[in-house]
Structures are given as structure tokens and as C-alpha cells.
Design a protein. Structure first.
Length: 90
């Protein structure tokens, strides 16, 4: 346990940040699962609609540093390729 006032404050902040990060990751994963299910079921219109939402959520998760920017770019790229393949685009 922290002994100094500043260390106690830092511990409280870490708990709050961990909770916020957990919420952001959970939201991101939920939307990715919805998109994956739409892709699996070959629902083109739903997948393209969800892709916009997923891309936004991944970018919002990466901006404060919850996930790295490279990880976000990789996830967006992977799912964009899958949606484009399903839609018949190159």
C-alpha cells in the first residue's frame, strides 16, 4: 500500500484508469464480435454498416492509448479487407 499522499493519489488514479480502459476494450470487442458474426453469415449490408461503427470505436480506443495505434490500424485493416471481400470490392 502507498505511504505518501502523492502515491495514494496515483493508486486511486490507476484504479479509475484501469476501469475506463476495461470499459473501452469491452465495447470494442463487443462491436468486433457483431461484425465478425455479420461477416460469417454473409450479411453484406449489415457488415458494411457495422464496419463504420467498428472503425470509429477502434480509433477512439487507440486515441487515449488503451490500445496502440499500430494495433488499431492493423485491426481496422483486417476487418476492412474482410468487408470489402464480402462486398465484392478489391
Amino acid at each position: 500500500m502507498a505511504n505518501h499522499k502523492s502515491a495514494e493519489k496515483r493508486a486511486r488514479q490507476n484504479i479509475k484508469k484501469a476501469l475506463i480502459n476495461k470499459i473501452r476494450l469491452s465495447k470494442m470487442k463487443t462491436e468486433i464480435k457483431k461484425l465478425s458474426l455479420a461477416l460469417k453469415n454473409n450479411e453484406t449490408s449489415l457488415a458494411t454498416e457495422l464496419m463504420k461503427k467498428v472503425e470509429s470505436i477502434i480509433a477512439k480506443t487507440a486515441k487515449p492509448g488503451t490500445i496502440s495505434k499500430n494495433s488499431a490500424a492493423r485491426k481496422i485493416s483486417i476487418y476492412a479487407k474482410r468487408v470489402n471481400l464480402l462486398a465484392g470490392k478489391k
